[in-house]
Design a protein around this ligand. Structure first.
Ligand SMILES: Nc1nc2c(ncn2[C@@H]2O[C@H](COP(=O)(O)OP(=O)(O)O)[C@@H](O)[C@H]2O)c(=O)[nH]1
Ligand SMILES: [Mg+2]
Length: 283
C-alpha cells in the first residue's frame, strides 16, 4: 500500500546505533503498548545481538490493561523483561530502573568479585519515532536530577545522564525507523500517528480503523458516538457518515465532511477518548 519512506535515514541511524552500542550494557527498547509488534523494528534483533534488552510497553494508559499484562507474560516466556510504562504520567519509571539493575545484577556481582567495584551500567533508549523515548528520558532524568543537585561534586559526563549511582543513560536515543512488512503494520502505525497523516489518505486510514474497532471495540464506538447496536454492521462507509452527522462534521448543504470526520475519529483514538484500545493482542 505504501512504500517505505524512511530508507535514507535508516542506514545512517543504524550505523550510529551500532557505534553507540559498543558502550552499552543494556538496550532499553520502547514499544507502543497498543501495537507491540508493529512498533518493534525487527532489525533491532540483529543489531543488538547478544546485548541485554529490556522492553518498555509505553503509552500503557492508552492500551487495555489486561492485554498489556498478557504481553508482559509473553515476553517473559521469551526470556525478555518487559515493564509497563506511561511516560506521560511517569508510571512504571521506577520499576523500569529496577528491572535494568536486576538484569545486570549477576554481571555486576561478577565484576565486584574481581575487585571492580562501583562500575556503572550504561543504557541506551531505542525505538521508532513518536513512541515516547524522549518522554521516558525526561521522566527518568527529572526524577534523578534532584538527587544529583543535592550532591554537589557529582560530575555528569557530557553525553551521559546519570540516573543514579549505578545507571548512566546515553542522552540521545537511538531512532529506528519502523518497518512495514505488510499493510497491517503500516496501518497500525498510521492509526497511532507514527506514520504522518499525509502519507496515507486519512479517510482511508480511518475506514480501516473503524473496521477494526467495529468488531473488537464495538461498545466503545457506541458509547463515544451515541450509536445504536444496529449502526455497527459491515457497512463501514455508512458508519463513518453517521459518526460525521452525529459530530456535526458537515459541509455546506448538509453533507458529511468525511475528512473532518476522519480527523475527529483519529484524534479520539489517539488521545484515548475512544477508550483504552489494544490493536495487537497476544496470539
Ligand atoms: N498517552 C501517552 N502519551 C505519551 C506517552 N509517552 C509519550 N507520549 C506522547 O507521545 C508523543 C511522542 O513522545 P516523544 O517522547 O517525543 O517520542 P519520541 O519520538 O520517541 O522521542 C508526545 O506527544 C508524548 O506526549 C505515554 O506513556 N502515554
Ligand atoms: Mg524524541
Amino acid at each position: 500500500m505504501i512504500a517505505n519512506y524512511f530508507p535514507g535515514h535508516m542506514a545512517k541511524t543504524k550505523r550510529e546505533i551500532i557505534e553507540n552500542l559498543k558502550l552499552i550494557d543494556v538496550v532499553v527498547e520502547v514499544l507502543d503498548a497498543r501495537i507491540p509488534i508493529s512498533s518493534h523494528n525487527p532489525d533491532l534483533d540483529n543489531i543488538i545481538k547478544n546485548k541485554k534488552r529490556i522492553v518498555l510497553l509505553n503509552k500503557s494508559d492508552l492500551a487495555q490493561e489486561n492485554d498489556t499484562k498478557k504481553w508482559v507474560d509473553y515476553y517473559k516466556k521469551n526470556n525478555v523483561t518487559a515493564v509497563i510504562v506511561d511516560a506521560n504520567s511517569g508510571k512504571g519509571i521506577d520499576l523500569s530502573i529496577k528491572a535494568i539493575k536486576d538484569i545486570m545484577k549477576e554481571k555486576l556481582e561478577q565484576e565486584a568479585a574481581k575487585g571492580k567495584i562501583g562500575k556503572s551500567i550504561r543504557i541506551m533508549i531505542i525505538g521508532i519515532p513518536n513512541v515516547g523515548k524522549s518522554s521516558y528520558i525526561n521522566r527518568a532524568t527529572k526524577k534523578i536530577s534532584a538527587k544529583v543537585g543535592n550532591k554537589p561534586g557529582v560530575t555528569v559526563q557530557k553525553q551521559w545522564i546519570k540516573l543514579d549511582k549505578q545507571i548512566e543513560m546515553l542522552d540521545t536515543p537511538g531512532v529506528l525507523w519502523p518497518k512495514f512488512q505488510n499493510d497491517e503494520i503500516a496501518l497500525n502505525l498510521a492509526f497511532t500517528g507514527t506514520i504522518k497523516d499525509d502519507v496515507i489518505e486519512r479517510t482511508e486510514v480511518v475506514y480501516e480503523l473503524l473496521k477494526k474497532l467495529s468488531t473488537a471495540y464495538k461498545q466503545d464506538l457506541i458509547d463515544r458516538y451515541n450509536l445504536n447496536e444496529s449502526d455497527i454492521n459491515n457497512n463501514i462507509a455508512e458508519l463513518m457518515e453517521l459518526i460525521g452527522q452525529k459530530r456535526g462534521a458537515l459541509v455546506s448543504g448538509g453533507k458529511v465532511d468525511l475528512e473532518k470526520t476522519a480527523r475527529i475519529i483519529l484524534e479520539d483514538f489517539r488521545t484515548g477518548k475512544l477508550g483504552r484500545i489494544t490493536l495487537e493482542k497476544v496470539k
